[in-house]
Design a protein around this ligand. Structure first.
Ligand SMILES: NC(=O)CC[C@H](N)C(=O)O
Length: 199
C-alpha cells in the first residue's frame, strides 16, 4: 500500500514515520510530477493552511489533488489539513479544496492558548490522546459529515465519505490506532477500485 503525503510545508515527516512503522510505503508530494505516482491514500498534514494553500497553487498541485479527493481517494487531514478540506471557514474568506461539507474555525482556541493535550473518546476507536496546536475546530457539519470526536462540546474529528478530518495531531502521539484505521480504509478502497476485484 502506498500513501502520498503532502510535503510542501508542515508536520509531514511525523506522519511518514508512523505510516512506515505500520508497514505502508510513503511518497512525499512536493511537486506536480509527484502526483502522477500510484499512491492510494492521501495525508494532508498540519502546518499553516494559508502557506500550504498558496504553495499548492504556485506548484500547480491544487487541481490534480482536488480531483483525486473528489474521485474518492481516502484522505487523513490533520489540523491545517482539515482547513484545506472544509467547504466553509467561519473566520477566514478562503476556501481551499472545499470537498468536505463542514464549517471550520481557524485558530479556534486563540493563538496563544491554542496548544493543549487531552484524552477523549473517538468513535470506533476508543480513548485516544489528542494534541492540539493552534488548532481549529469544526463548528458545523453539513449533510453526510459525521461527528467522530468532541472536546468540551466542540467537534474535533469528522468523517465524510473517505475523508477524515482531525483538528488535532495524532502523528505526534504514541498511539497508532488512527493511522491504522486510515490504512484499513485505504486498503478497502483500493480493493474496491482494483480492476481485479472479480478474482
Ligand atoms: N497545527 C496546525 O496545523 C495549525 C493550523 C493553523 N493555525 C492554520 O490555520 O493553518
Amino acid at each position: 500500500m502506498k500513501i502520498g503525503i503532502l510535503a510542501v510545508q508542515g508536520a509531514f515527516a511525523e506522519h511518514k514515520t508512523k505510516l512506515e512503522k505500520l508497514g505502508a510505503r510513503c511518497v512525499e508530494l512536493r511537486k506536480k510530477e509527484d502526483l502522477d505516482g500510484d499512491f492510494e491514500g492521501l495525508v494532508l498534514p498540519g502546518g499553516e493552511s494559508t502557506v500550504q494553500g498558496k504553495l499548492l497553487r504556485e506548484l500547480e498541485m491544487f487541481e490534480p489533488l482536488k480531483e483525486k479527493i473528489q474521485a474518492g481517494m481516502p484522505v487523513l487531514a490533520t489540523c491545517a489539513g482539515v482547513i484545506l478540506l472544509a467547504d466553509h471557514l467561519s473566520n477566514d474568506g478562503h476556501v481551499y479544496f472545499g470537498t468536505m461539507p463542514v464549517t471550520v474555525k481557524r485558530n479556534a482556541y486563540g493563538r496563544q492558548l491554542g496548544s493543549f493535550h487531552t484524552i477523549r473518546e473517538m468513535k470506533g476507536i476508543g480513548q485516544v490522546p489528542m494534541t492540539f496546536i493552534r488548532a481549529p475546530y469544526i463548528e458545523k457539519c453539513g449533510e453526510g459529515a459525521e461527528v467522530v470526536a468532541e472536546v468540551d462540546g466542540n467537534i474535533v474529528a469528522v468523517k465524510y465519505k473517505e475523508q477524515y478530518g482531525l483538528a488535532f495531531h495524532p502523528e505526534l502521539d504514541e498511539d497508532d490506532r488512527i493511522h491504522e484505521a486510515f490504512l484499513n480504509s485505504v486498503k478497502k478502497y483500493a480493493k474496491k477500485n482494483s480492476p481485479n476485484t472479480w478474482l
